[in-house]
Design a binder for this molecule. Structure first.
Ligand code: SF4
Length: 359
């Protein structure tokens, strides 16, 4: 079996290169070739001797994901649909922004959680992604947006808000973050990464004890157990009180420059009333949390039974939160027309923006 190089930390790569009888500096060259220069093949690593490149060709692969389709939205957002070696779908979204681009990556193929407002849920869990499959999504998106190995002009933020529940694939996720932060590689530090969870309480508590970690976002979607049980059934396992106590613990562990936020999808006539806003503010205040709330108008997609809340409703909801001392912001939807927005990832093809280009 060939070794998947995008999946290896620098130390693991040194060990692998050592097993080929090569000196340690070759590992540094190969790590830079895969992550900093973002090369697609050993043939392009011309700083390596020809014999070593031939040896690597038989013993290792740089990447394992195959790009199936790329969709480009009218707002510039790009959605990539990959297939793993075992033919599982993986989706990634590149969102160009004025100050800094954002790449939304997936941590699982499909998702085992059954959030009723999310299309990904309908796939079920196909499998966890490896650390290498997470890293590769970023490499391909950057190469596509800027060219192979071209330095990103504005820097990159990463959000783990694509398909899957990141905290149900915790170790590969944290390994991918360790690989990506290397200055000799992609050099995307944890402070540029936000991971969103539906509320896997033990992992929130664990993250509170880790020092080099990404920012945390909690997808809440409802201010009481009755509604949250319905919208996010994971709530039956870890109900709101338990979740918010873990959040309080996490918030107490925050260092300067770290962020912790709530995400609240706004579903027309379901969770968006003034009363829901008051309940949400009371909940956050009662737990003495200072986290801000991102309000996300739902992104409709057949056959989900929901519609987005109107702009006026979202604004009124936001004002109630603010009047009670809870900072709230409205997140602008991106890439809706190519099914790239939050909750829309389900490995579907769309008529718009299809491209066969292989970055
Ligand atoms: S919202 Fe996230 S956790 Fe819930 S089903 Fe969708 S991908 Fe899974």
């Amino acid at each position: 079996m060939q070794t998947h190089l995008a999946c290896l930390t620098q130390a693991e790569l040194s060990e692998f290169v050592g097993s080929l009888g090569e000196p340690a500096y070759r590992a540094r060259q190969i790590f830079a070739g895969v992550h900093a220069r973002r090369l697609n093949s050993f043939a392009e690593m011309t700083d390596l001797p020809r014999e070593l490149r031939a040896k690597l060709d038989t013993r290792a692969v740089i990447s394992t994901l195959t790009l199936e389709s790329r969709y480009i939205s009218s707002d510039g957002t790009r959605r990539y649909l990959f297939k793993t070696l075992d033919n599982r779908p993986v989706e990634t979204v590149f969102i160009p922004e004025e100050r800094r681009d954002t790449i939304c990556f997936s941590s699982q193929s499909g998702c085992p959680l059954q959030c009723t407002f999310c299309l990904t849920a309908q796939l079920g869990l196909l499998r966890n992604l490896t650390a290498g499959e997470i890293v590769e999504q970023i490499i391909v998106a950057l190469n596509d947006a800027y060219g192979i190995g071209v330095k990103t002009p504005r820097g990159t933020n990463l959000v783990g808000m694509g398909a899957g529940e990141p905290f149900l694939n915790f170790d590969p996720l944290m390994k991918a973050i360790r690989i990506m932060k290397e200055p000799a590689g992609l050099h995307i530090v944890p402070n540029r990464i936000t991971v969103s969870t539906a509320g896997i309480v033990p992992r929130i508590r664990e993250l509170a004890t880790i020092s080099d970690r990404p920012h945390l976002a909690i997808s809440l979607a409802a201010p009481n157990d009755e509604l949250r049980d319905e919208l996010m059934p994971i709530n039956k396992k870890w109900p709101i009180e338990e979740l918010l106590s873990a959040c309080r613990e996490f918030e107490k562990s925050l260092k300067r420059n770290e962020r912790f936020t709530f995400e609240y999808v706004m579903l027309d006539g379901v969770n968006d009333s003034d009363e829901h806003a008051r309940q949400l503010a009371n909940l956050i205040n009662r737990h003495r949390l200072h986290a801000k709330v991102n309000l996300i108008p739902h992104n409709p997609a057949e056959p989900l039974p929901y519609q987005p809340s109107s702009t006026e409703r979202v604004e009124s909801f936001r004002k109630i939160l603010e009047s009670k001392g809870v900072h709230a912001f409205v997140r602008r939807p991106r890439g809706r027309d190519i099914l790239a927005a939050c909750g829309q990832l389900a490995a579907r093809s769309t008529a718009q923006g299809a491209s066969e280009a292989r970055p």
